[in-house]
Design a protein around this ligand. Structure first.
Ligand code: NDP
Ligand code: 8X3
Length: 252
């Protein structure tokens, strides 16, 4: 029977690259994101390319009731999830703490921390029953360092770092692996979202150096997932060669 991966935030960037990578490996996919048109076209493309079964769930990970509902009502055979990739996340704004928008703070905390928890609670309970599974949490260099104006986004990613360690401890008795993947700068829709659609400002973030691409992170995730049963990759911090720390980048 094909293995199953559930990927949140699958319509763009790292999540979309993961969907392609897991489908290429023959996994059945459950893909969650808010933009239904993208989910549907992506599922069609992957089905055509790899002939794998895909279930799309148009949902917002912040909506606890709905997340519980859509996961609980999955057919039993789709609850046999081998890999959960907690990828849905975002940054909004880049302002000093006294000038930040509290709605942006709520969005980041609700998505990056609480959304990850809502999905993890349900899926980890199924993994505990089976005594099998692997949870991949997408953290960030922003979960290892704090940079100017990154305040709340960095706090959410520090929370993902702590939660990954906590999950690893709590799920240890059940043989469930937990891996945190911490990327540096990856060129995706991330900066466009951070700067609320300002594509010129977003593009400048990656000017003068070669950033990571989403596939670099999908490759790292696949490396972690494809280790033998007795090996767990606790975490990986993956940077562009031109980036030494959150704010130290060698630009041409
Ligand atoms: P993208 O903006 O390209 O992708 C983000 C994905 O998350 C989209 O598919 C989006 O889909 C989904 N998403 C956002 N909010 C929600 C929500 N409330 N419910 C469900 N899905 C949601 O960015 P990346 O691929 O770069 O980001 C993926 C992860 O990687 C994030 O957790 C980010 O913090 C992290 N990261 C990114 C880095 C970078 O430099 N790009 C570096 C380090 C970490 P939709 O809009 O359809 O819901
Ligand atoms: C995204 C990386 O440092 O650009 O998590 O905020 S950073």
């Amino acid at each position: 029977m094909a293995k199953i991966a559930l990927i949140t935030g699958a319509t763009s960037g790292i999540g979309a690259a993961c969907a392609d990578t897991f489908a290429a490996q023959g996994y059945q996919l459950i893909l969650i994101a808010r933009r239904e048109n993208l989910l549907l076209s992506q599922a069609q493309q992957l089905t055509d390319k790899y002939q794998v079964k895909i279930k799309t769930i148009q949902a917002d990970v912040r909506d606890k009731e709905n997340i519980n509902y859509v996961l609980d009502t999955l057919p039993a055979e789709w609850k046999e999830i081998d890999v959960l990739v907690n990828n849905a996340g975002l940054s909004q704004g880049l302002d000093p703490i006294d000038k930040g928008d509290t709605d942006d703070w709520d969005t980041m905390i609700d998505t990056n921390v609480k959304g990850l928890l809502y999905v993890s609670k349900v899926v980890s309970s199924w993994m505990v029953e089976k005594k099998h599974g692997h949870i991949i949490n997408i953290g960030s260099i922003a979960g290892k360092e704090v940079y100017p104006n990154g305040n709340v986004y960095c706090a959410t990613k520090h929370a993902v770092d702590a939660l990954s360690k906590g999950m690893r401890i709590d799920l240890l008795p059940h043989g469930i692996k937990v891996t945190a993947i911490h990327p540096g700068m990856v060129e995706t829709e991330f900066s466009i979202v951070r700067f609320k659609g300002d594509e010129n400002r977003a593009k400048k973030v990656y000017d003068g150096f070669e950033p990571l691409i989403a596939q670099d992170i999908a490759d790292a995730i696949w490396y972690a997932v494809s280790r033998p049963a007795h090996v767990n990759i606790n975490e990986m911090l993956i940077m562009p060669t031109a980036q030494a720390a959150a704010t130290i980048v060698k630009r041409d």
